[in-house]
Design a protein. Sequence first.
Length: 203
Amino acid sequence: MLHAPLPGPLPSRGEGFKLIETQRLIIRLAEVADVQEIIRYYGENREHLQPFSPTYPPDFLDEAAWLEQVRIRLPEFASGAGFRAFVFARDLPNRIIGNLNLTQVHRGPFQSCVLGYNLAADEQGKGYMTEAVRGAVAFAFETWRLHRVAADYMPRNTRSGAVLERCGFKVEGNAPAYLLINGRWEEHVLTAIINPSWTRTAP
């Protein structure tokens, strides 16, 4: 079985679909009320994020497209496939400062997932993403009881590489022409972190 309902309770609407809390951050699924804020976040940061992202579709900033995305994300989480969430600072709990995903959850002999993230241009250099990634790894290991979290980054994205190194990810190799990013096949550095306390209690 590649997917199974993930351990732990589902986040409730009353909690704002909260998944992870750290000292300064809240990481949660989006609600309908967040759609305009999502559009603001990606609109303001599009130029900053595009060099490291797949080409955005024409409807990327359309309200209807994001309403559909919000609609499917709780069922995606409940199915055991993972989550696609947003990062909020505790002192500004309605303003998105980043995005964090744990996806491609595989059970059976894999017991692994893939981490992805981005951060607003004006929030760089504050340690937010390091804090968010540490929280996400703890969630994957302690709540989902996974054995491995993988992440990759483009060699020129040195900030991302530094975040992963600080969080304990180890380089496993390089993959040429690995992902189609902004219209070009780009090399990526492949990294992962292993759960040192994993035991066979997960699905």
